[in-house]
Every structure is written in structure tokens, then in C-alpha cells.
Write a protein of this length. Structure first.
Length: 531
């Protein structure tokens, strides 16, 4: 019995969320080896120049559409293999990493569901599951603190929302893994056959990934403001809508008569991954934190993989030839897939901030219930404005690259203002909660709403028939409109809840600013003498 208890303790003393999962680990390793071996053998046997695997009638033009060698992915030219079954094997088979990461997510999600099912067997423990009440040491002010060397979770006490075994978490893993597998297969269909239908399927798998990521993003930041049934419905409908959109669009594109070529939306979809990383880095000091500093190596790996992939997205810059073993677009496929996998592992390491009632700004909630409600509403407005702001930054880069000097300067100026307001607003919410700082932020947000109203009018006024007009103009106009609304709501909320944002005790204002640089740490003030 003692040896069994010691063994269990050694398992639970792990400083990661990887508990005893020998079967899951073996299954992940086996499926990875199987997929890699399959790709290598298939690639060698069906090498296009060998003629061993002719296309025949596999890519039937009546169903798949026209077969063409596309030069933008370094797959065209005199060496194009139109008669081969797999016309661009390196680009096609590099999508196997999406499949591997997708299966890994599904395996880990199922194992979590089985391991933590105790937490959901009894409804009384449901409210404890995400708070860590049963696994952490009690700290001053209530709540729990997770020790890096102690038992921080058990089958009845999951560590966080993602690694909880909750039915919603299980559904997220299954749908997320399925989407990654679908993305790998969809991209393989295009690069293997180079057909028009395959191109549409490939493009809209990117939309699927984005529409899967966004519901979790909103659940993570805005979930604490929503009752449990609404969170479940939000994630369920969001993920199913994302999968349905990406499947229905390419299949019924001809019947719907839609001829709009996706251009700007594709790099915007890829950039959403970076937006997630930026939001996490900016807001980790609030409601969530990462327990171990070494976990940032996983975040660094995600950034390196995604950054390298984005660097090689334009395959023509690194084009050697369609039959070369090195293909820049293959680096894009593998880098994005591995980056998603590393970022998923990083999210699993999150723990709640010690001290319970901390909000997303990093300072303790205080005052009446209406004050806390005002703070929560401000948190939602500020998070929404930040989310659209970072998308606008990506749009600005697109406009800078494709627009004349005047438009480019306007985009650059608005982008600079967005970054400045985001940094300044974060400082006000987290530390400098003074009358002057709140008033200055209120005026700045109102000015930003006016600025983006003007930007919307400028970019929406271009005549689509003019040669100077492009998809970036329409995209930038749309996001300028959303930013105008976001800043209007944020400025109105700041005006309405400006008193709730400030400490009720004037002595706390100086304490917040001078409390050792730590939000919510009050400095000791000298007693005052009545006059």
C-alpha cells in the first residue's frame, strides 16, 4: 500500500499537466511513426518522374475542375508533372504534420475526459473543478495557490479549462483535432491534384482553423462573464458553424454563383495565430498565468515555428523547382502545424492567479457589487477593442504593402495609434488608476473612434472599378468600422464607469501607483491630522 501511495504521489508531483498516460503516450508515438513511414513510402513509390503512379481518371475534371500547374507555389514550369497522381509530392505530403497534430489533440482530449471524469460525475464538484480548491494551499484573501513542487491537481480537480475533461473541453479537442486532420487532407488534395476544387478546399481549411480558434479565444477571455449554459452553447455553435462554413462553401461555390477570389483573408487567417499569442502575452498577468517559467520555452517554440512558416509562405522567393526536395510552401505547412501543437501544449500549463478575486487587469476587485460589475463590463469592452485592434494592425501591414504612399501613411499612422492606445490603456487599467490617467484615456478612446470613422469613410469610398482599388481596401474599411464601434463602446463605458474604476479611498490611488510596482499592493501612508 505504501509503495502504491508513493507511486501515485510521484505521478501527481509532476509540474506539468501530463499525468499518468502511458497508453495515450504510446498511441501518440505509434500514430506519428505510422504517418511518417506511410508518407515516406508513398512518396518514394509515387515519385512523379518515375511514372509508377499515373493519374489516370483519378482527378476527373468533371468533378475536380481544371487541372493546372500553378506557379505561385513553385509547382509550375517545364518540369510540371500533370500526368502524375501526386503532382507536387513535397508540398502535398508536408501536410501530414496537420494530421499528426490533429490525432494528438483527439487522443489527449479523450484521455483527459477519462481521467477527470470524477470531476463531472458529481455536480457538487463542478464549481470546484476549475478553481483548484481541492488541490492547492489556501492563501491570504481566499482562493488557492499552486505550488510548483506540490500536488496541484487530481482526477477530481482539473487544472484548467482546456485540460479539464469537461464535455465542452472534450468536444473542443475532438473538433479541433478533426479540423486539423481536415486541413491536412484538404491541402493534400490541392497540392496532389492541382485542381480548382482542391484549391477551394485548401483555402477554406484555413477559415476552419480560424473559426475553431476564435470560439476558444472568446471562451477563455470572456467566459468568466457568461453563465455555464451560454459558454457551452457558444462554443458548440461556433465550432460547428466554422466546420460547416468551410465544408459548404467550396462544395456549393458554383451553385451559389460566388466568384470572389479569397486574397487578403488568407494571410489574415494565418495572422490570427499571432494575434492569439499577443493577446496571451498581454493578458497572462490577469485571470490566468503559466505556472512554470520553463513553459515559456514551449511558447518560444510556437513562435519560432509559426514565424518560420510565415517567412517561407511566399514560395517563389525560395523556389528551386517543382521536383526539388526543398519547398518553401512545405515549410509553411509543417511550421504552422507544429506551431499550433506547441501553442496547445503551452495553453495546457495555465493556472489561475493566486488570490482568487483578481480580474483581468491584474488588480483586486474592491467596492460594491455594482463596482465589480462595472469593472467586468470595462474588461469586456477593453478586451474586444484590443482584439479588433490587433487585427487592424495586420490589415495595416497589408495596406502598406499594396497601397500608394498616402494610403500607406494613413494606415501606418492609425496602426501606431492603435498600439499606443493599447499600451497606454493597459497601463491605466493595471496600475495608473488616477483621475488624470482615466480622463486622458477617455479622451483618447473618443478620438480613436472619430479617427476610425474617418478611415472607414476614406477606404470605403474607393470605386471598385478603379484599378487602384484592392481587396485590402475593403478589408481595412470593414475593420475600421468595427474598430469605430469598439472604441465608441469603450469610451462610453469608461465615461459611465469612471468612478468605479478609481479606488473609493483617495489614499489607495497613490498606493496603486507606488505600491512596489505591483497592482493592488497598498503602500503604508502616514496618518493625517484633521484641521
Amino acid at each position: 500500500m505504501a509503495s502504491r501511495a508513493s507511486s501515485l504521489e510521484s505521478i501527481l508531483l509532476s509540474t506539468t499537466t501530463t499525468h499518468a498516460r502511458p497508453f495515450a503516450r504510446r498511441l501518440v508515438v505509434y500514430q506519428t511513426i505510422f504517418h511518417l513511414v506511410f508518407v515516406v513510402i508513398f512518396g518514394i513509390v509515387c515519385e512523379p518522374r518515375s511514372g509508377r503512379c499515373p493519374a489516370g481518371n483519378f482527378w476527373n475534371p468533371d468533378f475536380w475542375g481544371e487541372v493546372t500547374c500553378r506557379t505561385e507555389y513553385c509547382e509550375g514550369g517545364a518540369d510540371c508533372n500533370l500526368e502524375a497522381l501526386i503532382k507536387a509530392p513535397v508540398d502535398a505530403f508536408s501536410n501530414i504534420f496537420f494530421v499528426i497534430v490533429g490525432w494528438t489533440l483527439m487522443i489527449i482530449g479523450y484521455e483527459d475526459f477519462v481521467y477527470f471524469r470524477e470531476a463531472w460525475a458529481d455536480t457538487k464538484t463542478t464549481t470546484k473543478a476549475f478553481g483548484g480548491i481541492e488541490g492547492g494551499a489556501t492563501v491570504e484573501g481566499g482562493g488557492t495557490s499552486f505550488s510548483s513542487n506540490g500536488i496541484d491537481y487530481s482526477p477530481s480537480c482539473p487544472p484548467n479549462v482546456l485540460a479539464s475533461g469537461h464535455p465542452v473541453s472534450f468536444m473542443t479537442h475532438i473538433l479541433g483535432g478533426s479540423i486539423l486532420v481536415y486541413a491536412g487532407v484538404g491541402s493534400w488534395l490541392f497540392h496532389g491534384g492541382m485542381t480548382s476544387l482542391g484549391l477551394q478546399v485548401d483555402m477554406f481549411t484555413v477559415y476552419t482553423l480560424v473559426t475553431m480558434i476564435l470560439p476558444y479565444l472568446f471562451l477563455r477571455f470572456f467566459g468568466p462573464l457568461m453563465p455555464e449554459p451560454y459558454r457551452v452553447a457558444f462554443v458548440t455553435h461556433g465550432t460547428l458553424l466554422g466546420m460547416g462554413f468551410s465544408v459548404i462553401w467550396p462544395v456549393f461555390e458554383q451553385e451559389l454563383g460566388i466568384r470572389q477570389k479569397p486574397t487578403t483573408t488568407i494571410p489574415l487567417g494565418a495572422a490570427t495565430n499571432f494575434i492569439m499569442l499577443l493577446l496571451h502575452i498581454l493578458m497572462w498577468r490577469g485571470r490566468f498565468k503559466v505556472r512554470e517559467r520553463r513553459d515559456y520555452l514551449v511558447l518560444l517554440a510556437a513562435l519560432v515555428c509559426m514565424g518560420t512558416a510565415y517567412l517561407f509562405q511566399d514560395d517563389l522567393k525560395f523556389c528551386v523547382g517543382p521536383n526539388s526536395l526543398f519547398q518553401g510552401h512545405a515549410v509553411w505547412h509543417s511550421g504552422m502545424a507544429l506551431g499550433i501543437g506547441f501553442f496547445y501544449l503551452f495553453l495546457r500549463q495555465e493556472r489561475e492567479v493566486p488570490g482568487s478575486r483578481s480580474n483581468s487587469f491584474g488588480w483586486r476587485e474592491r467596492g460594491s457589487s455594482s463596482t465589480r460589475k462595472g469593472g467586468r463590463e470595462l474588461m469586456t469592452r477593453e478586451s474586444s477593442a484590443s482584439f479588433f485592434s490587433f487585427i487592424n494592425v495586420i490589415c495595416s501591414f497589408c495596406v502598406l504593402a499594396q497601397s500608394p504612399a498616402g494610403e500607406g501613411f494613413a494606415a501606418f499612422w492609425s496602426m501606431s495609434m492603435v498600439v499606443s492606445v493599447a499600451a497606454g490603456g493597459t497601463a491605466v487599467f493595471r496600475k495608473y488608476q488616477t483621475e488624470a490617467a482615466v480622463g486622458f484615456l477617455l479622451g483618447t478612446t473618443a478620438m480613436m473612434a472619430q479617427l476610425f470613422f474617418m478611415m472607414f469613410c476614406v477606404f470605403a469610398s474607393y470605386n471598385p472599378e478603379l484599378a487602384s482599388a484592392s481587396a485590402t481596401d475593403a478589408t481595412y474599411a470593414a475593420f475600421s468600422f468595427f474598430l469605430m464601434l469598439s472604441y465608441m463602446v469603450l469610451s462610453f463605458s469608461l465615461f459611465k464607469f469612471r468612478a468605479d474604476l478609481l479606488p473609493k479611498d483617495p489614499g489607495l490611488i497613490n498606493a496603486v501607483v507606488t505600491g512596489g510596482g505591483k497592482p493592488g499592493v497598498a503602500a503604508t501612508s502616514a496618518p493625517t491630522t484633521a484641521v
